[in-house]
Design a protein around this ligand. Structure first.
Ligand code: PAN
Ligand code: ZN
Length: 181
């Protein structure tokens, strides 16, 4: 806002003096997004991903920025992934920059278009307005990426919970498998 001054956030200080919002999603919070359930994961309830948001107000004119850490693993072969969402203000885009690990961003529109694009170090992914997006970690290390989007965009998780994404991503014998949902 008007009273803000330029500032720097050092994401390597995460956990030390991080000022923004810290969101943690554990297996039992999001297990319904996977095709199957795993009793061991239910018992151990590991963190699947966490998000560190910049200390930004969610209002027009501001840009929200964040770091997501999506841990490696599968639920009976289905790679760990984020819930995924449309933006509530649908006409808002987002940019992701991969920092570590390797993943896929699944994107789809309400008209039924579907695209999967790679994310990783040196890769910038542009998610246009009106495209839902979900991140899948297809590597054996944490997938870490930076994201920035209009701060007033909001998150519509409900539509994705109702309709899902067209494809699910599983570990295959030689690589990854796309499975129609
Ligand atoms: C992302 C996501 C973040 C977590 O930064 O919010 O990766 O995914 P979910 O929000 O789907 O749980 C983003 O696209 N923000 O708009
Ligand atoms: Zn988004």
């Amino acid at each position: 806002g008007k009273d803000m001054k330029p500032f720097v956030v050092n994401f390597s200080d995460i956990g030390i003096d991080f000022k923004g919002n810290h969101i943690v999603r554990k297996y039992n919070d999001i297990k319904h997004i996977f095709k199957t359930t795993d009793p061991t994961l239910e018992r151990e309830n590991p963190v699947i991903y966490e998000v560190f948001e910049g200390p930004i107000q969610e209002k027009e004119g501001e840009l929200m920025f964040l770091i997501t850490i999506l841990y490696p693993g599968t639920v009976n072969g289905e790679f760990f992934m984020t819930k995924g969402h449309y933006h509530t203000v649908e006409n808002t885009a987002e940019v992701y920059l991969g920092l570590r690990g390797k993943g896929l961003i699944l994107c789809q529109t309400k008209k039924g278009e579907f695209e999967a694009v790679e994310i990783g170090p040196n890769k910038v992914v542009y998610i246009p307005p009106f495209w839902a997006h979900r991140t899948v970690n297809i590597s054996d290390e944490p997938l870490i990426f930076f994201a920035v989007y209009p701060a007033h965009a909001g998150h519509d998780y409900e539509t994705v919970e109702k309709e899902g994404f067209k494809k699910r991503i599983f570990r295959g014998d030689n690589g990854i498998l796309f499975v129609e949902q």
